[in-house]
Design a binder for this molecule. Structure first.
Ligand code: ATP
Length: 245
């Protein structure tokens, strides 16, 4: 379980997050929604240890997360950053093997166990992403946008995490691909994993999310079960209130 308590983050004089409280539970799909500039990417950066907290704390299963980025894989957290950040010249297979490496505590140990332990894990992942199987030896830079997003997600899953944190994975994808990404995430949570997604596409995300938070100018202004949040009309208010749609 992830607990974000009273977290504030700033860039110089800009207050990007202001006393944010949120939780993400095992087996649940949690989404943080907001318009442009609401602070969504900053939430992910704070969880990734890429920006210092001015105030508050982040805990995973009760353990306080420090700025040490290596702590994330140790705690079972995989981050899928904005714009995927794939290695353009490396193949699908290399991404999945190296994704798995993050969950091992050293190259030697990884090298000895890679065939025995990692191959079955990759096989499981390919069952979930059949499109990647036929692209197994293809370089990431030559995949379509949707395939690249699937690969970013599959790479995160290959480290065997307990929680995946994603920054707007659906940007630039067709409605069908958007659904594909969310279906995969939902499937993953049904096996006990936790998902924390920051997303602008509220309409699509709330069809899949168990629980949602609405972020407006760095503050959580609404929260509730996915379906209820859709009905409340709070979203329109939050999005329009920020001046961007
Ligand atoms: P978008 O959906 O447009 O990506 P977002 O909700 O992810 O937006 P953030 O990127 O978290 O929003 O930005 C929150 C606020 O912090 C914005 O006002 C932004 O201009 C500001 N900000 C973000 N990064 C920096 C930075 N490196 N330096 C200064 N201000 C920043």
């Amino acid at each position: 379980m992830l607990e974000v308590e009273n977290v504030s983050v700033g860039y110089g004089s800009i207050k990007a997050l202001d006393g944010v409280n949120l939780e993400a539970h095992d087996g649940k799909f949690t989404v943080v929604l907001g318009a442009n500039g609401a602070g969504k990417t900053t939430v992910v950066k704070a969880l990734a240890g890429l920006v210092p907290l001015r105030q508050g704390s982040v805990r995973v299963d009760g353990q306080v997360m420090s700025m040490d980025v290596e702590m994330r894989p140790r705690l079972g957290i995989a981050i899928v950053p904005e714009r995927r950040q794939l290695w353009q010249d490396m193949t699908v297979e290399e991404h999945l093997v190296l994704g798995a490496y993050r969950s091992y505590s050293g190259w030697e140990k990884f090298r000895k166990t890679v065939t025995k332990e990692v191959s079955p894990r990759i096989e499981e992942i390919l069952k979930q992403f059949p499109a990647l199987r036929s692209r197994f030896s293809q370089r990431a830079g030559t995949l379509s946008g949707g395939e690249q997003q699937m690969l970013a997600l599959a790479r995160a899953m290959s480290s065997g995490p307990k929680m995946i944190v994603l920054d707007e994975p659906t940007v630039g994808l067709s409605p069908l691909m958007v659904e594909g990404v969310f279906v995969n995430l939902q499937k993953w949570t049904s096996n006990g994993g936790a998902v924390l997604l920051v997303e602008q596409n509220a309409e699509a995300a709330l069809q899949f999310a168990d629980y949602g938070y609405v972020l407006q100018r760095g503050k959580i202004v609404a929260q509730g079960e996915g379906k209820k949040l859709r009905e409340k009309g709070l979203l329109e208010e939050a999005y329009l209130g920020s001046g961007d749609l």
